[in-house]
Design a protein around this ligand. Structure first.
Ligand SMILES: Cc1cc2nc3c(=O)[nH]c(=O)nc-3n(C[C@H](O)[C@H](O)[C@H](O)COP(=O)(O)O)c2cc1C
Length: 390
């Protein structure tokens, strides 16, 4: 724990100020290349593994897969599956690559496409899913065997024009097939805010069903999760039930990653209105935490927990954030932006903090804690969930 704290402090005071002077997209690319290069060193990897060793208390079994820890790397950092060897040794319990599309794409035109909202420890992202394409990424990943589950997040190809749901569905159906036997789970990214379509291509249940039929053509599908932004009020029971009904015939859908945008950036961010208006795209980081928790709170009681799991993502930077999402019903959580602001030591720090919180509340393992702040009966009375200071 002490070493993780020291590493985070070093990152914060010595490394971050240098990185933050440079263009964010350039630094993102340079970091992935550095991780790819360092990931070739067996000595470095085993040193990392020793540093980030995860307590067995944090093991979780979800969708038939074994996760050594409940905190995963969210899609977006390693879009092309180049850095999985190193990233899987930082203490993450799973790694999600992507978004990957059937065809290669340069993403959205113009620069910049990513901005730091430093006052809020957030980012604004307008990449538009640039990636090397499914064939190349599948070929790259085939060579790797990881000690943690590997997810591949898929999206329709960004060609710069709005595509139809049918075309996107057919394309995603083909892309899914490329990762059978390679990905331990697949995510269908239905909610990317910075694609030409904007949000919900598959909001209508009939369109969602069409997409899932396109995927169902394959034998041997791994567990599939849907990353979505429920339309309208994301916590509205009618909206939730309509989605659950649409996926009901498709047993390979094992759960949901709820992608909740910041509903009121001007009102909730410390970043000035002028700066917000100068940027565009999806906002990430801590401002998403409370809206995401609210939606998990609404979804958890409505899902069939024997069939579906929730993966919480949005603003997780501390053990308390992850734990609160888990107590509200997320079986797993993910993060991305916290790596940028707190450095790679953040994962170890969260894992250690989760062990402490489990011990404090008397849970034997992380699975016992899931949903206990949201109606699932615990064997005893755990501490109440209260909003905590950041
Ligand atoms: C630089 C960056 C790129 C991202 N690209 C993708 C992407 O390609 N596909 C996707 O599903 N999510 C993408 N995301 C969203 C993250 O997966 C996550 O949902 C979001 O950042 C909220 O989590 P965070 O606050 O921990 O970053 C991206 C996020 C960032 C910061």
């Amino acid at each position: 724990m002490q070493f993780a704290i020291a590493l985070m402090e070093f990152y914060r005071w010595a490394i971050r100020p240098i990185l933050f002077r440079l263009d964010p997209e350039w630094i993102h690319r340079a970091t992935v290349v550095a991780c790819r290069t360092l990931g070739r060193s067996k000595v470095f990897l085993s040193a990392l593994e020793r540093f980030a060793a995860v307590d067995p208390q944090l093991r979780a079994r979800v969708a038939g897969l074994d996760f050594p820890a409940p905190v995963g790397l969210a899609a977006g950092f390693d879009k092309n599956g180049e850095a999985v060897d190193l990233m899987s040794r930082l203490g993450f319990g799973f790694i999600e690559v992507g978004s990957v599309s059937e065809h290669p794409s340069a993403g959205n035109p113009g620069r910049p496409r990513i901005w730091r909202l430093t006052a809020d420890e957030g980012l604004r992202v307008h990449y538009g899913c640039p990636n090397d394409g499914a064939v190349t990424v599948a070929g790259r990943l085939r060579a790797h065997r990881l000690a943690v589950p590997l997810g591949v997040n898929l999206v329709e190809t960004n060609t710069g024009t709005v595509t139809s749901p049918e075309h996107a569905a057919d394309e995603l159906g083909v892309a899914v097939g490329r990762f059978i036997g390679i990905a331990d789970y697949i995510v269908l990214n239905l909610s990317c805010p910075n694609m030409p379509r904007g949000g919900g291509l598959f909001d209508a249940p009939v369109k969602l069903a069409y997409l899932l039929q396109a995927c169902a053509r394959h034998d041997g599908l791994p567990p599939v999760f849907l990353k979505l932004t429920p339309s309208g009020d994301p916590g509205n029971p009618r909206v939730i039930d309509a989605i659950l009904e649409a996926v009901d015939p498709f047993g390979f859908v094992k759960g949901f990653i709820l992608n909740i945008p910041n509903p009121r950036p001007h009102a909730t961010l410390r970043t000035s209105a002028a700066e917000i208006d100068r940027t565009r795209g999806g906002i990430t980081g801590p401002s998403l935490l409370e809206p995401t928790k609210a939606v998990i709170r609404a979804w958890y009681p409505r899902i069939d927990r024997t069939r579906h799991a929730l993966i919480g993502v949005g603003g997780i930077a501390r053990a308390e954030d992850a734990y609160e999402m888990i107590r509200l019903g997320a079986s797993l959580v993910q993060l991305c932006t916290a790596l940028v602001y707190r450095g790679p030591g953040v994962v170890k720090r969260i894992n250690d903090g989760l062990c402490r919180l489990l011990e404090r509340d008397g849970f034997r393992d992380i699975g016992e804690a899931v949903g206990t702040g949201n109606g699932r009966r615990a064997i005893f009375e755990p501490a109440p969930i209260v909003a905590t200071e950041r």
